[in-house]
Design a protein around this ligand. Structure first.
Ligand SMILES: Nc1nc2c(c(=O)[nH]1)N[C@H]1C(S)=C(S)[C@@H](COP(=O)(O)OP(=O)(O)OC[C@H]3O[C@@H](n4cnc5c(=O)[nH]c(N)nc54)[C@H](O)[C@@H]3O)O[C@H]1N2
Ligand SMILES: Nc1nc2c(c(=O)[nH]1)N[C@H]1C(S)=C(S)[C@@H](COP(=O)(O)OP(=O)(O)OC[C@H]3O[C@@H](n4cnc5c(=O)[nH]c(N)nc54)[C@H](O)[C@@H]3O)O[C@H]1N2
Ligand code: SF4
Ligand SMILES: [Mo]
Length: 839
């Protein structure tokens, strides 16, 4: 039995380069239930991050009582992390689930029936449509619903209503991933594969604390870095995360740039490739465009210059560049330290540039993972419930719009395509101004997760906009709504979703939802029925009744597109493992990695976008794109570094950055209801460097006030691992807590301080770059409530280690055959249990 709070990654199974990652099955049952008491195991995949670990849900007496990993799944080879183990099921039977719809009466939310609640929504919707047309409707959704739900909503919004105002919290999450792919390769789609971990010689992690945020993927990395022939790790993060420690351990480099200087650092690395002759010129000539401009752009970024801008050692930059330039195969991963900074797309694209300059793409070990965060963020991007058109189609390409119009049998003019789709930040602007009169929020909690919380509360709580919230719980956002719709969650409904490396899983319904809660699909379909949307012949636009019918329709929408699902079906997905798209006649078992032929979807008639200027966001026109004749070549694109929107000054001398801990998921609606996870990270804190804490007279656990021009929080300080000059705050803590529900407590909500600004290309908000000041309020009465097990570890001694998770099981099992795995049939050294990979 193991405590997976104390031991986040579990025991190691080290194995040699080029061999299959050994299987290991992790399992946890709640409430003292034993394995032989489980009634049924139901196939699914974990929805507590983008890794999408294959799993089975334990059901007993009509309740979800635990989870185990699937050894046969290509994603996780049986493993699960602390969130998956402890956080997947307890929330479902929490007594405070929403079980009936609520409507606002005389200022208060009161329970009602579905007919009344949906009736109000439909009444407002019809009135706004009649008075002012479809631009009055906005949908702000998520990265946590299923394919079927996104696609149905996409059709409702685009072909039923005709509104361009649809986006997901994916704008806050992985918009930059999609944008960077489109700029470099012509279309969204993860080029690399998790199997690259087994084949690479070096791994670069850019602004990605994988150890805490994709714990199972990190186990896969550790099983290589702890073997006899480890890859070299390079970490770019202003905190000394477990990733940074692994970089030090493997003889790599930890680059800790000043917050907000990523692009200067990337330009420095790129310049080193040019000046040291590490560019594969033949490959670059054959397969890319733009090398001369890129070379000119990065020329001023000498190691000395970059060292000054980023506050790093010039030799560390040179060493990191040499590792990239001289390793045979390199895997790069990128996440929020890049995506949520200013110049996000330019920085993410710079990672592509490095790979393209060396031709390191499309073969085992040379991969790029522009990571996702949420479990189904990929699907919002694919299915068109965000602004994009379904199937990675280009809104600016009339032929792509016509394909959809034919598929849905509507006039192409119904489908909004006169301007780029509206992004989430703009949707909230329109709601603030009142031009959006109906804002429908599903499966996201913007009152906690959007920047500048006071503004969001004002918009949602004001009377200019009718707000519908569809959730499992009465969240901070739902409390501000006009109508609250109770939703069924994971395990309570059937559907499919796709993880970060394109692997599609089916998640089956295991139990009934509580009370009158309904699946998001049923809610959207009942709205569509009440609105009576019609196609151009007057027949009903939407006739689906089951998730499987919607999936089959979605499959048709992908035919001939890069994101090809045509070879998939529910039946196929009931097999031993998830399957990575494209799956079609050419690739009936799916595709491990894209671009093996170095041909990219950049042709003008095929691409998802004509591209942008990375510095300003100005769009490239179709004519300009066509004149470049990309024809399958990838784009090399660069931009100069510019300062962040808010730089530290006299009043606010420190940089403010935010992020996550291993034990909580976002606004904690699920993980906060698991006792093991809740107690491991019970409340908000901020992290200071040792030197800043000393200057400010602050010790571990002291209560401090952190202020920005937009707001303040009061929390305990962890004197920890963050680079001097920066303050790190976890963003998980709104006003809700398992042990104390006070709707007016915002004392630790990190987004009180963040700014409403975004990247010019991806429009992703900058959660990682603001200025702040810190003042001590009073002496502490004990250490900060920050975990000790990973990046939030204290700098000093004397803080009790984080532990106390309920018992879990870990079993070593025979390693099965994994389809598409380039190492299939090989096995490294037999699994050896060594001490788990702690800090
Ligand atoms: N435990 C847990 N796991 C999760 C989630 C969760 O809430 N909890 N959420 C999931 C989701 S939706 C997402 S998007 C992912 C996010 O996963 P990550 O991106 O790994 O998580 P973050 O903590 O937001 O940010 C990563 C790192 O960025 C660093 N950083 C801050 N500022 C800068 C900067 O200026 N430059 C650089 N280079 N780095 C900087 C921070 O120090 C931090 O360690 O995690 C997913 N997995
Ligand atoms: N300061 C700062 N802010 C950030 C970030 C950061 O790093 N720093 N990260 C950003 C990122 S990357 C992300 S992804 C966002 C996440 O921010 P949110 O999306 O707001 O976070 P969650 O808590 O995951 O909210 C999901 C909601 O959906 C509900 N839910 C879960 N499953 C279902 C379902 O099946 N149906 C329905 N209807 N509801 C469901 C949950 O109860 C919960 O209320 O936060 C962003 N905000
Ligand atoms: S790594 Fe992500 S998908 Fe896998 S168990 Fe953990 S939270 Fe779930
Ligand atoms: Mo995210």
């Amino acid at each position: 039995m193991m405590d997976r709070i104390a031991d986040i990654w579990g025991p190691r199974t080290p194995h040699a380069k080029g061999t299959v990652w050994p299987a290991r099955v992790d399992l946890h049952l709640t409430d003292g239930v034993s394995e032989d008491e489980v009634d049924r195991w139901v196939q699914s995949a974990c929805v507590l991050c983008s890794n999408g670990c294959g799993c089975e849900i334990a059901v007993k007496g009509g309740r979800m009582v635990g989870i185990r990993g699937r050894a046969t799944d290509v994603v996780n080879h049986g493993r699960l992390g602390p969130k998956g183990l402890y956080g997947s099921t307890p929330w479902a039977s929490s007594p405070d689930r929403l079980t009936r719809p609520l409507v606002r009466e005389a200022g208060r939310l009161v329970e009602t029936d579905w007919g009344t609640a949906m009736g109000r929504v439909v009444e407002v919707s019809k009135r706004l449509l009649a008075d002012k047309g479809p631009l009055t409707h906005g949908f702000y959704t998520t990265g946590q619903m299923f394919i079927e739900e996104y696609y149905a909503l996409g059709v409702i919004g685009k072909a039923g209503l005709g509104t361009p105002h649809m986006d997901g919290n994916t704008r806050l999450c992985t918009a930059t991933s999609a944008a960077a792919f489109k700029e470099s390769f012509g279309a969204d789609g993860q080029p690399g594969s998790y199997t690259d971990i087994e084949h690479c010689d070096a791994i670069f992690l850019y602004g990605h604390n994988m150890a805490e945020t994709q714990t199972v993927l990190w186990m896969r990395v550790l099983d290589r870095t702890r073997a006899a022939d480890p890859p070299t790790v390079v970490c770019v993060d202003p905190r000394r995360t477990p990733v940074a420690l692994e970089a030090e351990r493997t003889g790599g480099v930890h680059l800790a740039p000043r917050v907000g200087t990523n692009l200067a650092l990337m330009n420095g690395l790129t310049r080193e490739l040019f000046v040291n002759g590490w560019v594969d010129e033949r490959w670059v000539d054959a397969h890319t465009l733009g090398v001369a401009d890129l070379r000119a752009t990065v020329e001023p970024y000498t190691p000395r210059e970059v060292a000054r801008t980023c506050g790093i050692d010039a030799d560390d930059l040179r060493r990191a560049a040499r590792i990239f330039g001289r390793s045979r195969d390199v895997l790069s991963t990128v996440l929020q330290g890049f995506y949520q900074s200013h110049q996000a797309t330019a920085s993410a694209v710079a990672v592509h540039n490095l790979h393209l300059l060396r031709g390191l793409i499309g073969r085992p070990g040379s991969g790029i993972l522009q990571m996702n965060g949420q479990p189904t963020a990929q699907n919002n991007r694919e299915c068109g419930a965000d602004g994009d058109l379904p199937g990675f189609r280009n809104w600016d390409n009339p032929r792509h719009v016509r394909e959809l119009a034919d598929l849905w049998n509507v006039d192409p003019l119904t489908i909004p395509h006169w301007a780029p789709p509206t992004n989430a930040m703009q949707i909230f602007d329109y709601a603030e101004e009142g031009s959006i009169g109906l804002l429908w929020i599903a499966a996201t909690n913007p009152a906690v997760s959007m920047p500048e919380s006071a503004r969001i509360r004002r918009i949602l709580g004001g009377d200019r906009c009718f707000v519908v919230v569809q959730d499992l719980f009465l969240t901070e956002t739902a409390r501000l709504a006009d109508v609250v719709l109770p939703a069924a969650g994971w395990g309570e409904k059937t559907g499919t979703f796709t993880n970060v490396n394109r692997t599609v899983h089916l998640s089956e319904k295991a139990v009934d939802p509580p009370g009158e809660a309904r699946s998001d699909l049923d809610i959207f379909l009942s709205y569509a029925a009440a609105m009576d949307f019609r196609d151009k012949e007057g027949a009903p636009l939407i006739t689906w009744r089951t998730p499987e019918e919607v999936f089959d329709a979605w499959r048709e929408a992908t035919r001939g597109r890069p994101v090809d699902y045509t070879g998939l079906s529910y039946t196929r997905l009931r097999g031993p493992t998830g399957i990575p798209w494209p799956v079609n006649d050419q690739a009936p078992d799916g595709t491990d990695r894209l671009y093996t032929d170095a041909v990219f979807p950049t042709a003008t008639d095929e691409c998802e976008t004509y591209g942008h200027d990375l510095l300003t966001g100005a769009a490239v026109t179709e004519q300009e794109h066509r004149a470049l004749r990309p024809d399958g070549r990838a784009f090399l694109k660069g931009a100069h570094h510019t300062p962040a929107h808010e730089e530290p000054g006299e009043d606010y001398p420190l940089l403010y950055t935010t992020g996550r801990t291993a034990y909580q998921f976002h606004t904690r609606t699920k993980t906060g209801r698991s006792r093991s996870l809740r107690d491991a990270a019970p409340d908000a804190w901020v992290e200071l460097s040792v030197s800043d804490a000393a200057d400010l007279g602050i010790s571990e656990g002291d209560v401090v006030r952190v202020e920005s021009p937009r707001g303040a929080i009061q929390v305990k300080a962890r004197v920890g691992q963050v680079v001097a000059g920066a303050v790190f705050a976890p963003f998980h803590y709104g006003s809700w807590d398992l042990d104390d529900a006070d709707p007016h407590r915002h004392s630790g909500q990190a987004n009180e301080l963040t700014m409403t600004v975004w990247d010019p290309v991806s429009k992703q908000p900058c959660f990682k770059t603001a200025a702040c000041r810190v003042v001590k309020v009073r002496d502490g009465d004990g250490p900060a409530p920050a975990p000790t097990t990973a990046a939030s570890a204290p700098a000093g001694d004397g803080v009790p280690p984080t532990a106390g998770g309920a018992p879990t099981t870990t079993r070593h099992v025979d390693t099965p055959h994994y389809p598409n795995d380039p190492a299939a049939g090989t096995s490294g050294s037999a699994p050896v249990d060594t001490a788990a990979g702690g800090r």
